[in-house]
Design a protein around this ligand. Structure first.
Ligand code: NAD
Length: 529
């Protein structure tokens, strides 16, 4: 038997017969269980099974598909403690976060899409302007894409894959889910819940494994890839999918700023910065990774932030880091900042807790944009704080970033907050809120720049799981279209008239084209007799 630790800390074990991933509790280092490390051939077979099962699933009504989601929701509620404890143990997050940040949002999402997907995807009639006067009409109907490949990360091992799976399913797709190698057991639990809810066999396939299984899925015969993870892997996934021209949604990293304006409620802003930076041990794509505070209030703000941070309990409030690789990135970023002149106000080191991978909540000042901690995703419990002189500088600093996922602005003046929100380059900007909007199933989620392509959640997210089909109908079937063959001088005359009279949207203008239109219709339909 050969054992090898992968770079992110998960472990793959191979024997001559099987390859397995071993899942560990990052708090105790204890083995929690094992899951197959699927080979490329196994991934392909899973895709084939899902493809075969999809048409029957798509043929069911929204109500029937919705009932499966609602049954799954009931099962999650019944088994809440068991599921929350598995999530907490496999990811290292406090039980409170497993319930609040993983389970509650998915219960809402299951309820919302079970009840609203049909309305969100109902057929639409399109206004087609003057073409309607010619007896035409257009509708869009939304059809399932087919089989969706979902590749997910470890930091929200329940909420992200479950939410995306539920949305894909309600739209009539089959799903092949490749969860993170750091959290395979949580994903298998998702499969178990849907199976117990009566989802037809093979409609949801879960292929556990490492990056190789993800790569096999991205280049398989699926109809779309929904990838959530780092920008580096996102690039590889997009390149692999491009070989088969398979479309991708990419939900990637962030370097999200929090701006504290001079009129902010400092107690709230400080508490928000601390929760936004340290919840999930800072391992959220929407974590506060940079803080900018107006120079006039900076000292008061920092005092509050440090006091709030010093009250946090390691283990109960701030969970473990998921892997050794992750904790090393945090250490490198903090070291680089300190070497370049940053000042440490609190934290800045690992905390020994048995085998636990804990890093102390850390606050740095004296940082600038030459430092890695202000440019690269740290993904740990670190809050670097910088000051600004005026609004213009705050927005420039916020936008001086390769990523664009979320941002948070703190001010008592909501109009000012919304005005500035429109100037930030991001997928979501919150005014007097922080971090939590991924939990809102009804609102779109996604980023710009290196934070990715496309959206999940909300109607925009649901539209990623369907192919719009435009159905165009001509009721005026008693004549030949005047733009068909042959291109006689009369036809050319009409086309010139249409160029002037048809394309400006005015009915009056169109009336003036009627004589040429009638002459041409007579000609075209005479020649067909
Ligand atoms: P990661 O990119 O290392 O891995 C993500 C997934 O991709 C895993 O399942 C992994 O096995 C798989 N994978 C690895 N190599 C692959 C390849 N070549 N082809 C296909 N799949 C492959 O990311 P991670 O460390 O698991 O997650 C952390 C990252 O995810 C952070 O950057 C974080 O910001 C981001 N994230 C983004 C969002 C969002 O909604 N924007 C949400 C959560 C996490």
């Amino acid at each position: 038997m050969r054992e090898a630790r992968s770079p992110n800390g998960s472990q793959i074990e191979s024997s001559s017969l099987t390859r397995e991933i071993i899942s560990y509790d990052p708090v105790t280092g204890e083995e929690l269980g094992r899951a197959p490390a699927s080979s490329a051939a196994e991934v392909e077979r899973a895709v084939d099974r899902a493809r075969a099962a999809q048409p029957d699933w798509a043929a069911r009504s929204f109500a029937e598909r919705g009932r499966a989601l609602l049954r799954a929701r009931e099962i999650v509620l019944e088994r809440l403690d068991e599921i929350a404890s598995l999530i907490a143990r496999e990811s290292g997050k406090p039980l409170a976060e497993a319930i609040a940040m993983e389970i509650v949002p998915t219960l809402d999402l299951l309820h919302y899409f079970a009840h609203h997907a049909q309305k969100l995807l109902r057929d639409e009639r399109i206004a087609i302007g003057h073409y309607a006067l010619l007896g035409r009409s257009s509708r869009i109907i939304y059809r399932p894409l087919g089989t969706i490949g979902i590749i997910s990360p470890w930091n929200f091992p329940w909420a992200i894959p479950l939410g995306q799976t539920a949305m894909a399913l309600i739209a009539g797709n089959a799903v092949v889910l490749k969860p993170s190698e750091l959290a395979p057991l949580t994903a298998l639990k998702i499969g178990e819940v849907f199976a117990q809810a009566g989802l037809p066999e093979n409609v949801l396939q879960i292929v556990t494994g490492d990056g190789a299984a993800g790569a096999a899925l991205a280049s398989s015969k699926i109809d779309k890839v929904i990838f959530t993870g780092s920008a580096a892997t996102g690039r590889r996934v997009a390149a692999a999918a491009a070989q088969n021209l398979v479309p991708v949604v990419l939900e990637l990293g962030g370097k999200d700023p929090l701006l504290v304006l001079d009129d902010a409620d400092l107690d709230k802003a400080a508490a928000a910065a601390v929760w936004g930076a340290f919840a999930n041990a800072g391992q959220a794509c929407a974590s506060v990774e940079r803080c900018y505070v107006h120079e006039r209030i900076a000292q008061d703000f920092l005092r509050r932030v440090v006091a709030e941070t010093s009250r946090l309990r390691i283990g109960e409030d701030v969970g473990a880091m998921a892997s050794e690789r992750q904790i090393r990135t945090v250490e490198e970023h903090v070291r680089d900042a300190l070497r370049r002149g940053a000042r440490l106000l609190i934290g800045g080191e690992r905390i020994g807790r048995g085998a636990g991978l804990f890093y102390a909540p850390t606050i740095l000042t004296g940082v600038d944009h030459s430092m890695r901690i202000m440019r690269e995703e740290t993904f740990g419990p670190v809050l670097p704080v910088m000051t600004f002189r005026d609004e213009g500088e705050a927005i420039r600093l916020a936008n001086d970033c390769a990523y664009g996922l979320t941002a948070s602005i703190w001010t008592r003046d909501l109009r000012r907050g919304r005005r500035l929100a429109e100037q930030v380059i991001a997928g979501t900007v919150m005014v007097n809120e922080v971090l939590y909007t991924h939990a809102i199933a009804q609102a779109p989620w996604g980023g710009v720049r290196q934070s990715g392509w496309g959206r999940t959640h909300g109607r925009l997210g649901l539209l990623e799981f369907v192919a719009p089909l435009h159905v165009h109908t001509n009721r005026a079937i008693w004549w030949r279209d005047p733009w068909w063959f042959r291109y006689t001088p009369q036809a050319q005359r009409l086309f010139r008239t249409l160029a002037r009279r048809f394309t400006d949207g005015s009915r009056w203008s169109l009336m003036r084209a009627v004589p040429d239109l009638v002459r041409r219709l007579r000609e075209a339909n005479r020649s067909s007799d």
